[in-house]
Design a protein around this ligand. Structure first.
Ligand code: UD1
Ligand code: CA
Length: 471
């Protein structure tokens, strides 16, 4: 089976009809998020909501994808273009600018010049990030099998508050969608909701959209009204009820954002566990969607793995560790530590309480021990920085021992300077290495020294006051 974008939860079974376009509605102002960031760019498991919807749209292999934007146009457009590039899609989406945010019906109306080139269109909301390929695929199949003019994806939920309700006839045919603000108490009690995903025949859309009137307090044009309009003209409309109701979750508030994050995280962890990763306490572990973890990795409670990260087989990530954008090799041990934008090679050990900062390349078989910080440094095979050190802008060779409390003094007040410690050197405890400085191969530095000049290979350097014992 083929997979997209390095993720193995979306099998690609392309829908055959190359006459289908996908339209993603992303123009809404997202008022209820109370945010400066456009709603559709709020991240869920490390990627913007819009990205998740774009990705599922791409999996359908449509003839084209249109994105309707209208609020903070430039920011949303730039992000969407980057998302496409990252998915290795050379053909950018078609952006449709909705001039006035007059509702979802108006958003589709503004898109008609783009849509007229296609026979059918799948309309998705950019704020439903949990949609699955399987459901959209079934929606399209159902629509085509029944020759419908419009088919809607619905879900049965325990709490329908805030969603449009699906009104059916006693025979089960869908009659219309009623928005919550306009629903009678009886309609509001219905728990089958509109997910905001539909497929339309474009001709029917053109006809129906003309008749949608402004409604509600904000005088908006509801796309949902089109079902009743098409039906009144004798057109077939259908509904596909998803068995997986959580995918219909629409994110309008930060409360729903958190709910979506939790569900997506659970999906990611389940996928990882089924592929051979032990997650000791899924309720306290958080893993982003671009994280790749090999078999027999053990993740202890209260761990977060964020960004684009990769973890090699049999590595153990100990409790209370946070890793972001890391590449970790096989059989590493990480204990209560923070690792950010760095690379750790096979069989290395970090922590407890260490901070590995961006640009560091460590290992293999290195030990960075208790309470140590490493920044933008390379540490070679078998070297040890076991206790209470700061290593910044350093190049450390193989089998170097860095004693407890050693500090690279890399900052002279203006710029950062490099420390080089060559292979086999031994740095005693509590040494200050005032950079720029170089310690040669197999040199030895006495404990407590402050080294300001280069140390030749195999030399023994003492840079401390001689002890005087007075009685
Ligand atoms: C909408 C549906 C509702 C459904 C719910 C599912 C309508 C009228 N209602 O309600 O039946 O249950 O989604 O989550 O469609 N948008 C634009 N331009 C606009 C207004 C909105 O592009 O002028 C976009 C938004 O960015 C969003 C989508 O349309 O992606 C839906 O808008 P939103 O305001 O979130 O609608 P809901 O109230 O959630
Ligand atoms: Ca919404």
């Amino acid at each position: 089976m083929a997979f997209i974008y390095g993720r193995n939860d979306i099998p690609v079974k392309p829908v055959k009809n190359s006459q289908i376009a996908v339209l993603i509605l992303a123009a809404g102002s997202g008022t209820r998020m109370e945010s400066e960031l456009p709603k559709v760019l709020h991240p869920i498991c490390g990627r913007p909501m819009l990205f998740h919807v774009l990705r599922v749209a791409l999996a359908l292999k449509p003839a084209s994808i249109g994105v309707v934007i209208g609020h903070q146009v430039e920011i949303v457009k730039k992000s969407a273009q980057e998302m496409f590039k990252e998915c290795s899609i050379s053909k950018p989406p078609q952006f449709i600018i909705q001039k006035k945010l007059l509702g979802s019906g108006n958003a589709v109306l503004e898109s008609l010049p783009f849509l007229k080139k296609f026979k059918s269109v799948v309309v998705l909301c950019a704020d439903t990030p949990l949609l699955t390929y399987e459901s959209l695929y079934s929606l399209i199949q159902n629509h085509q099998a029944h020759n419908n003019l419009a088919t809607l994806l619905s879900a049965k939920v325990s709490n329908p508050k805030g969603y449009g309700r699906v009104i059916r006839s006693p025979l089960g045919e869908v009659l219309k969608i009623v928005e919550e603000t306009l629903a009678t108490p009886k309609e509001a009690a219905i728990n089958e909701i509109n997910s905001g995903s539909y497929i339309f025949e474009v001709n029917a859309l053109v006809e129906g959209l003309k008749e949608i009137g402004a409604k509600g307090e904000k005088k908006e044009h509801f796309l949902t009204d089109i079902l009743e309009i098409l039906r009144s003209k004798g057109g077939r409309i259908g509904v596909h009820l998803t068995p997986n109701s959580e995918e219909a979750l629409g994110v309008n508030t930060r409360v729903q954002l958190a709910a979506a994050e939790r569900i997506m995280n659970r999906r990611i962890l389940e996928r990882l566990m089924l592929s051979g990763v032990t997650v000791k306490d899924p309720a306290s572990v958080h893993v982003d969607c671009d994280v790749d973890i090999a078999r027999d990795v053990i993740i202890e409670p209260f761990v977060m793995i964020a960004g684009k990260s990769k973890i090699g087989k049999k590595t153990r990530i100990g409790a209370f560790s946070k890793l972001s954008n890391v590449e970790i090799g096989a059989e590493c041990e990480i204990e209560m530590s923070r690792l950010d934008s760095c690379r750790l090679m096979d069989r290395s050990e970090i922590g407890p309480f260490s901070h590995i900062r961006p640009g560091s390349v460590i290992g293999p078989k290195v030990r960075i021990g208790n309470f140590s910080e490493v920044k933008a440094s390379r540490i070679g095979t078998g070297s040890k920085v076991s206790h209470l050190s700061y290593i910044g802008d350093a190049e450390i060779g193989d089998n170097v021992n860095v004693g407890a409390g050693t500090i690279t003094c890399n900052f002279d007040g203006k710029k950062k300077n490099q420390t080089v410690i060559e292979t086999g050197a031994f740095v005693g405890s509590n040494v200050n290495l005032v950079a720029p400085v170089k310690v040669g191969r197999q040199a030895l530095i006495a404990a407590g020294s402050t080294i300001t000049e280069d140390v030749p290979a195999k030399a023994k350097a003492f840079a401390r006051a001689r002890q005087v014992n007075k009685v």
